[in-house]
Design a protein around this ligand. Sequence first.
Ligand code: HSE
Length: 313
Amino acid sequence: MTSVTAFAPATVSNVACGFDVLGFPLESPGDEVTATLAPSGVRIDAILNDGGRLPRDAARNTAGVAVLAFLATLGERRGVSLTIRKGLPLSSGLGGSAASAAAAVVAVNALMGANASRATLVGCALEGERLGAGSAHADNIAPCLCGGFVLVRRTHPLDIISLPVPHGLTAVVVHPDLEIETAKARALLGDMVPLQDAVRQWANLGAFVDGLHRGDFAQIGRSLEDTIAEPRRAALIPGLALIKRAAAEAGALGCSLSGSGPSLFALCQTPELAVAVAAAMTAAVKAHIGGEPQTYVSPISMQGAHVTASCAS
Ligand code: HSE
């Protein structure tokens, strides 16, 4: 194989009650990376659809850093060149840096015939996330690579747990016409949280996980509350409370920020409800933020990042 292309989807991280430890992928949109064999090192040949804003130097690019870590893990002397096609908007809260890193390691894994485990790929892609967000949280990377709901119990050593997805559960994501850099959104959080907020958060997370296992939609909905990050980031999203109310009134189980925002997600019991919730949230985002939001309705993807094409010539 001389060239392999992989796709990696958008992810919703935090999922309200699981700051830094819970996430799931959509089916689309996502980023695509083509990796081509080269004599040595890691080079970025091209990045498409980023408006020239992402670093072309592999050591400063999330996908480049992930591949450098992966080749080092393999002890691989051959090199690769990468072409990155951004399908995800920058600084959108949809896990764009994670998607590029995940697609890159999946493509290189196939290119090298390495057959590395998903856990190895997560560990290497996490190095890209550390560069992009200033912190090695795996709540985008792990679901992006594994598919389904993923709980990150620990990153060192890595311990990730796949959770069930109840039949019918459907996600709505609305990306307002705004950008928020993850590193800046993280800086708003500080280092301490009041004990009563932490207690409420871990009670919600436990109940959410139990709700997934039992397919208890009412309990899933009650548990979609963020007492840690959303209150500290709310000021970044004009009309957040009103957008959440519009989602609830249209029948969403719950609604919160996707990752560090500005995208918002809602979970819905059926695809039909999700269509109604998507319309209500989009109208509310237009009313309170303005601009032209992008709206996605998707099942929780069970596939995660995967190879889409390979070329032997
Ligand atoms: N858990 C992360 C955060 C996701 O909320 O900062 C963004 O990458």
